[in-house]
Design a protein around this ligand. Structure first.
Ligand SMILES: C[S@@+](CC[C@H](N)C(=O)[O-])C[C@H]1O[C@@H](n2cnc3c(N)ncnc32)[C@H](O)[C@@H]1O
Length: 244
């Protein structure tokens, strides 16, 4: 069990531009939760905002945009799924968690439901992630949003495909995130927290990207050198502005 230290208790105030009245205000969640862990302490030490989790972003979108229906692709232990506050929730995973035991491809083949928000966090291979994005766009309600997890691998090892025993593995979802930026019909940016949370909105692309070569031909080094620009990486405050 992690013991709270004096320096932790004296951590600087959390930086956040979330509306104070918001029930999903991460600062409030944090202060009320009584849960103190290493990760959170490290975020604070690094001066990062407290809303560093995908669930905060998703619940913020649901609340502010009055979304009702939520689909999560890839649920595993329901760590994120259980935190999401939506009227209608569907979770698919071939192995565990959620409500439907299927792969995303099998689900979309038969699905006739539509959703306000879709969180994509299934197989982290760019080919599959791109397929998940395309299928999700087809069943997204007008004005809806997609959140794509793991767009921003922090090391080359974390993005190797296939997975080779890495504890932290984002796969090459970054290719999907970058490819979406070249589309004219989707506006997208990536939140620079929690391994990169891409936000995809179905509206004209406000910052289209032109890539020097095919997405499959890009090396990790090229990605590394252009990460911020290509992903349209934004801190949490900027992502809130982007969402509005
Ligand atoms: C990174 S975990 C999901 C974590 C979860 N979303 C969270 O935030 O706590 C990835 C999950 O995707 C599932 N998965 C793998 N291939 C899939 C596929 N083709 N379709 C849907 N889910 C898949 C795995 O079984 C695994 O549980």
């Amino acid at each position: 069990m992690f013991a709270r230290t004096e320096s932790f208790n004296k951590a600087p105030p959390l930086r956040s531009s979330w509306p104070e009245s918001h029930t999903e205000n991460p600062r409030q969640c944090y202060e009320n939760s009584g849960v103190y862990n290493m990760k959170m302490m490290n975020w604070i030490k690094r001066g990062q905002p407290a809303f560093s989790k995908r669930a905060h972003l998703i619940n913020y979108l649901i609340k502010t945009k009055n979304y009702k229906s939520y689909l999560e692709i890839g649920c595993r232990s329901n760590r994120n799924y259980d935190r999401i506050k939506a009227t209608v929730k569907v979770g698919i995973d071939p192995k565990s968690g959620g409500t439907i035991r299927k792969t995303s491809d099998d689900f979309f083949r038969e699905n006739d439901q539509t959703f306000d928000l879709i969180f994509i966090d299934g197989l982290h291979h760019s080919q599959q992630a791109t397929k998940d994005v395309d299928n999700s766009l087809k069943c997204l309600n007008p004005g809806g949003a997609i959140v794509l997890h793991d767009c921003n691998p922090l090391t080359e090892n974390a993005q190797q495909v296939p997975r080779d025993g890495q504890m932290t593995w984002s796969g090459d979802v970054w290719r999907t995130a970058i490819e979406i930026r070249t589309r004219s019909d989707v506006d997208t940016a990536v939140g620079d927290f929690d391994h990169g949370c891409g936000v995809l909105l179905s509206r004209p692309n406000s910052s289209p990207l032109v890539l020097p070569k095919k997405i499959t031909q890009l090396s990790y080094l090229e990605f590394e050198n252009n990460r911020k620009h290509w992903l349209r990486l934004m801190n949490a405050e900027k992502i809130l502005e982007f969402i509005r």
